[in-house]
Design a protein around this ligand. Structure first.
Ligand code: DNO
Length: 347
């Protein structure tokens, strides 16, 4: 498996110089952040970013994300022009060495937490999700901005989108996803770019908006919409793990054996009454068997990309919630250790 680390580009205070010093680091996971959703990424920006990354001895083989325009998810007549732009982005990225694109199909909001700095007994803090807090949030008030949310929406945009989503249930959302995949997967195949959908985080409907990449049944359905290895998954252990019926080790085994996992996001969460809390990666800190997950990947000769996912804030670090350096680097060390232990037993 190939170890990667999310890097938010030149403005990220966690620089490439720091990332390259993390043991066994292979590639960054990045994106072009200043092009509006739905537009084509200028080729010179892609090349410039790639050259910068490669000048530090790293690769740029994974993009997270090329976001999907809401009109595509809504199935509006304007979707075709956005799908054309999406295809062009796949071509351009594929041509410049990108082998995997992570994206999601969550209506309006990407990953959602209710508190970003819950302090734990050891003094670290992390992201949490409590139903009780969610019930008090009104996303239409325009007061909330979460790290995973598109901050360009005005209050009016949000109200308009919510109005449009009133006619979209999960069946419609599946239809719109199929329409999108049928057009992009042939391009991804031609340019050898593995498409890897990110599960919905958390894996249930929020604020009355449908979410479909949530459990085994729906993932099976997603994979059969276009039955090609280029139509695959970003298997995010923490996102799917928040669903109490999702048996994560078994699902990692099933989908990696099928060759449909292209990218792993590894993090641990602790399920608590009415929600979950993000923890250190170590198996004994949370509810997920991270050791079992990694063992399964090693057993199945997983050769896709892996990155540590959200870390806690430790040692006084401040920064992008979930994306500090220290705890994610500890996460990589943990992953490295467990991988090497199982690989050496296997030999
Ligand atoms: C959160 C991330 C997600 C992910 C998108 C993919 O930390 O895993 O924001 O990048 O859902 O499109």
């Amino acid at each position: 498996m190939k170890l990667t680390f999310r890097w938010y580009g030149k403005d990220d205070k966690i620089t490439l110089d720091k990332i390259r010093q993390i043991p066994n680091m292979y590639s960054v996971v990045t994106a072009i952040y200043d092009v509006p959703v739905g537009e084509v990424w200028p080729e010179e920006k892609i090349v410039e970013l790639k050259n910068l990354v490669e000048s530090k001895g790293l690769k740029m083989e994974v993009i997270e994300s090329v976001p999907v325009h809401e009109d595509i998810k809504l199935g509006l007549p304007t979707r075709d022009k956005y799908i054309e732009a999406y295809k062009e982005n796949i071509r351009r990225l594929g041509k410049h060495g990108v082998r995997c694109i992570c994206y999601n199909f969550m209506p309006v909001f990407d990953w959602t937490r209710t508190q970003l700095d819950k302090v734990a007994v050891d003094g670290s803090n992390s992201l949490v999700y409590y139903e009780e807090q969610l019930a008090k949030m009104n996303p239409l008030s325009g007061e909330y901005s979460l790290p995973g949310w598109d901050s360009s929406y005005t209050k009016e945009d949000l109200n308009h989108l919510f109005e449009l989503y009133k006619t979209i249930d999960s069946e419609k959302l599946f239809d719109n996803l199929k329409y999108f995949l049928e057009q992009i997967i042939p391009v991804a195949t031609e340019y050898d770019v593995k498409m890897a959908i990110h599960p919905d985080d958390p894996p249930w409907n929020i604020f009355g908006l449908p979410r479909i990449i949530t459990n085994e049944q729906n993932i099976d359905r997603f994979l059969s919409l276009v039955d090609s290895e280029y139509n695959g998954l970003t298997f995010c252990t923490g996102s799917l793990g928040a669903g109490r019926n999702n048996d994560i080790v078994r699902l990692v085994d099933k989908y990696s054996k099928m060759g449909r996992i292209h990218f792993m996001h590894i993090r641990n969460i602790k399920l608590v009454d009415g929600g979950f809390e993000e923890t250190a990666h170590s198996t004994n800190y949370g509810s997920l068997d991270i050791v079992g997950i990694i063992k399964t990947l090693v057993d199945n000769n997983f050769d896709g990309y892996v990155r540590p996912d959200h870390g806690r804030m430790i040692w006084g670090e401040t920064g992008k919630p979930g994306y500090g350096l220290y705890d994610r680097a500890l996460g990589v060390s943990y992953i490295n250790g467990v991988v090497q232990a199982f690989e050496s037993i296997k030999k």
